[in-house]
Design a binder for this molecule. Sequence first.
Ligand code: NDP
Ligand code: 8X3
Length: 255
Amino acid sequence: MTDLNGSTVFVTGASAGFGAACARRFAAKGARLILCGRRGDRLENLKAELKVPVHAITLDVRDRRAVERAVTALPPEFAAVDVLVNNAGLALGLEPAQEADLDDWDQMVDTNIKGLTYCTRAVLPGMVARDRGHVINIGSVAATYPYPGGNAYGATKAFVQQFTMNLRADLFGTRVRATVIEPGLCGETEFSVVRFKGDAERAAKLYQDTQPLTADDIAECVLWTASLPPHVNVNRLEVMPVAQSFAGLKVARGT
Ligand code: NDP
Ligand code: 8X3
């Protein structure tokens, strides 16, 4: 297995949800952590809770120069990133495409696609130079299965899926690994409250009378892929709660 004790793990979007759960899981294995997100106070609280060295960066991954600066300015003891968990991301809105807010689409593209590529591009040369590392991208089942209102969000996650496979192609001949983890319905995180712009009641309804995945379920998957022996690469891992399945195609009559 890959020993994560003393390794350096960079988690984007660590101020909530999957990212915070990943930070706790990797910390329990003795990894040193680089944690970023826009809410620095949340990161500082997490840092205070964890018993491992933590470098917290208040960072908006949409800011390309800031991402480059943050990676260039990593303290020496954090500079050799072993695992990058590209988790920062969001869905905004569930309206049909013809009614969607273009600002929401911009923000999803800028965060889920561009931010993820900025972080990857900043960290990858070091991994390749050391011939060691693992990029773990958080995609979504929305990359593969269309649903009403999934429009731009699903498309950003389709990018994440294909970008990860193309990383595998480019990293051929190196020992650097790339994985995309694609969760389905997951409660407990701020995902739906963010998607519904603070409407906590609407968000809660989505998870009513069902057992969704938890943030810790996904953190376990992230940790598992990172812990596998260094010659093993999980390309793509799609994970749903048992309660979630497929709805099939539908046909509109009279159109
Ligand atoms: P949360 O809303 O709980 O967490 C999202 C995290 O991303 C927060 O830490 C947030 O931090 C960070 N973030 C958002 N925008 C930026 C930005 N511009 N720069 C830096 N950090 C940012 O959601 P989840 O934990 O549920 O989601 C994490 C990832 O998992 C996302 O990529 C999401 O698309 C994906 N996902 C979620 C599923 C779910 O059902 N929950 C299912 C499938 C995939 P801050 O606000 O402090 O910047
Ligand atoms: C989050 C899962 O089904 O809300 O990516 O798109 S879903």
